[in-house]
Design a protein around this ligand. Structure first.
Ligand code: BGC
Length: 250
């Protein structure tokens, strides 16, 4: 592992955030910069904002690639899906689009995969020896499957079909807000979702992230599962820290 600082950038639906990460401690080495995500979040517009963030850190950057997360399936530098972002990301040559404006190598990864690896390397599942399933409850549901510290990318378990629905439209934090559900209304949906995922993967540990994990005590203790389920600990820093780790250890 390198000791230099790595720039991680997390692209979300409302904000694009970046910070230098010190991998020796698994935390930010600088303040975080945040710029609102362009209203029409096309690859070109998002890449231009990302480049602005990179510029503000230029003097501190080493040779390592810049880590960038995106809420989409990513294979070999291409984005392959777009559930909650502009459809122009589907089959975009995203790594190249970023590198053309940033003028540095970019390592691109799914946002939940980045958050998940951060929780396993530094957070709630630090050094876990078995199978960890990290889910992020936000606008959608993101997932990261990590076995013995190795990430199996792009699991996209938010899009499991459950009772005829795309699961994230029923059980995400976004669905809770959109459907105006109380915690009491939402908990059975979480129960249905996590029971199903548990029966498919039999993980050793569930970690639950996303903004709503700050209220985890209101719903996690109510879930009846065979698998321990714990809140994420790195909160909204997980994506940036995780993608920096992945960029340095790819
Ligand atoms: C997307 C995933 C993403 C998740 C969390 C889902 O809708 O399909 O790629 O990880 O939302 O942002």
């Amino acid at each position: 592992m390198t000791s230099e600082l790595i720039l991680g950038i997390d692209i979300g639906g409302s904000g694009i955030k970046g910070a230098l990460v010190d991998l020796s401690i698994g935390d930010f080495a600088t303040d975080r910069i945040r710029i609102p995500t362009p209203k029409k979040s096309t690859p070109e517009k998002v890449a231009a904002v990302t480049a602005r963030i990179v510029k503000s850190f230029t003097s501190e950057l080493g040779e390592a690639p810049i880590g960038v997360t995106i809420p989409a399936v990513v294979t070999h530098g291409r984005t392959r899906s777009a559930a909650n972002i502009d459809k122009a990301w589907i089959d975009a040559d995203a790594k190249k689009i970023f590198e053309d404006v940033i003028e540095r190598p970019v390592y691109l990864v799914n946002d939940a995969d980045a958050a998940g690896i951060a929780e396993v390397k530094y957070g709630a599942a630090k050094d876990h020896p078995g199978l960890v399933l990290v889910t992020t409850l936000g606008t959608g549901i993101g997932s990261a499957l990590i076995n013995k510290g190795i990430l199996v990318p792009n699991t996209e378990l938010g899009h499991l079909e459950l009772d005829g629905y795309d699961a994230e439209t029923q059980a995400s934090a976004g669905a809770k807000t959109a459907l105006d559900l109380s915690y009491t209304d939402w908990i059975p949906r979480l129960q249905r979702y996590y029971s199903h995922v548990e029966a498919l993967f039999w993980p050793d540990l569930f970690v639950v992230g996303g903004g709503i994990s700050k209220n985890a005590n209101r719903y996690l203790p109510k879930l009846k599962l065979k698998t321990p389920i714990v809140p994420a600990t790195l909160k909204n820093r997980a994506g940036i820290i995780g993608v920096a780790w992945l960029a340095a250890n790819q």
